[in-house]
Ligand binder design. Structure first.
Ligand code: IMP
Length: 428
């Protein structure tokens, strides 16, 4: 058995796309298990840049099977556009499989997401319909792919649900209604385009695991955006944590070998909510500029700050991390001093564990250790041993503070700019 779950250890945007792409080369199956088009992965292959929202990054390797699991919020508009874009750039998508149990993002989900954001309940969402979709899933009024493919049942159910949604849109939000017949036509078209790719992906993935294939489960967003374990309510509506891989792909926990947390060498966040190590000065601006910290999905500038080891320890615990993959270490190349937050000070008390109350987190002041920067361009270095001593000391400190060793280290966006320090697909 050779299975790896890859999760974001911070607030998302840790560079998971790049690490997934790197590990995908060694894997046979790449499986998305949660989230939807709110995610945005940028993968650089040679001179070409690919921005993927729904299609697993494994699609860029022709011989791999890419799977959209049951836990994913599937927006057919975005997915089909992505498929068409990839095809037009010569990428073969014949190995893309879609779970029959994944829930479908409907236009009213996106509209409601925007209306809620414009109203008093501002979370800073990506407005991709994610919250309303998962709310419908849990309240059992959603459409799964299998429901969409059912030519007899779908029109009937859609009619009833559109009536209900229109009532909410018009009466609560004073917005415009959807026309049932138009939606039906549109989604009948999507059904036929998706149909050849749809299958029972839990069965497919379990059979692959049993046959000894290498399977990579690709999480979107990050630990602190998890609906249960994140900074609620400033979270997404799914489970980006490693446990989400079991539910969202239909595999048992006994089938998971390793859990890799992707950690950016500093911290960023988009959207609202407290962020203890956030920098409001030129250091924060420099990190944003050097790290090109602008959202792939929305283009929003990301909030930037020093690395927070309280978060890393929390992520290690919640996900059961076996390894960390460190990204964007090169962004810190020019700094004379670098800082890591090791604990918080809250009303005179020292807090070492990530607090569950946002009100507490809001008042937490970071306690930092300061280290010398390496002030050297490391983008071309390919072996850990060749990194400048100060950079290795920084990495070693990260490992010491979270108690999890590294398996990968990235010093630039290209495929070749990743050092391997442990093969996570190797048998234990
Ligand atoms: P939603 O997932 O669009 O509902 O947004 C909820 C929160 O999660 C907002 O703060 C978003 O900015 C954040 N979020 C959603 N997807 C991502 C992502 O891929 N990276 C970083 N933040 C995200």
């Amino acid at each position: 058995m050779s299975t790896v779950v890859l999760v974001g250890a911070q607030w998302g945007d840790e560079g998971k796309g790049k690490i997934t792409d790197f590990l995908a080369e060694k894997a046979d199956y790449i499986v998305r298990y949660q989230g939807g088009s709110n995610a945005g992965h940028t993968v650089v292959v040679g001179n070409e840049k690919f921005q993927l929202h729904l299609v697993p990054s494994g699609i860029l390797y022709p011989d791999k099977v890419s799977v959209i699991g049951n836990g994913v919020a599937l927006d057919p508009v975005i997915l089909l556009k992505e498929i068409d874009d990839l095809s037009s750039r010569g990428i073969d998508v014949k190995n893309l499989k879609i779970s029959s149990r994944a829930h479908i993002v409907m236009p009213y989900h996106k509209k409601l997401d925007s209306l809620q954001e414009n109203g008093g309940r501002r979370i800073g969402t990506t407005r991709r319909g994610i919250g309303p979709l998962y709310a419908d899933k849990i309240s059992r009024t959603g459409f799964r792919v299998i429901d969409l493919l059912d030519k007899d049942l779908f029109p009937e159910r859609l009619k009833a649900i559109v009536e209900e949604k229109n009532c909410i849109l018009e009466k609560i939000y004073g917005s415009t209604a959807f026309v049932y017949e138009e939606l039906l036509d549109e989604f009948r078209y999507y059904a036929e385009r998706l149909r050849p790719m749809v299958t029972d992906t839990s069965l497919l993935v379990n059979q692959a695991i049993d046959a000894g294939k290498k399977v990579l489960f690709e999480g979107a967003q990050g630990t602190l955006l998890d609906i249960d374990h994140g900074t609620y309510p400033y979270v997404t509506s799914s489970h980006p944590v490693s446990g989400g891989a079991c539910v969202g792909a239909g595999v048992g926990p006994t089938k998971i070998n390793r859990v890799v947390g992707v950690v950016k060498a500093y911290t960023t966040r988009v959207g609202e909510g407290p962020f203890p190590t956030e920098l409001f000065n030129e250091t924060g601006d420099l990190i944003r500029q050097r790290g090109d910290e602008y959202g792939t999905t929305t283009g929003r500038p990301r909030r930037c700050g020093w690395l927070d080891a309280v978060i890393l320890r929390y992520a290690a615990r919640i996900n059961g991390l076996t390894d960390i993959a460190i990204t964007k270490l090169d962004v810190l190349d020019t700094f004379e001093k670098v800082k890591i937050c090791t604990a918080y000070r809250y009303r005179g008390q020292i807090i070492r564990e990530f607090p569950e109350s946002l009100e507490v987190l809001r008042e937490c002041e970071p306690i930092y250790i300061e280290m010398d920067g390496w002030q050297q361009d490391i983008a071309g270095i390919t072996r850990f041993e060749d990194l400048p001593l100060k950079a290795r000391e920084y990495v070693n400190k990260m490992v010491e503070l979270c108690g999890v060793n590294h398996c990968l280290l990235a010093v630039g966006p290209g495929r070749s700019q990743t050092m391997v320090t442990r093969d996570v697909f190797a048998p234990a």
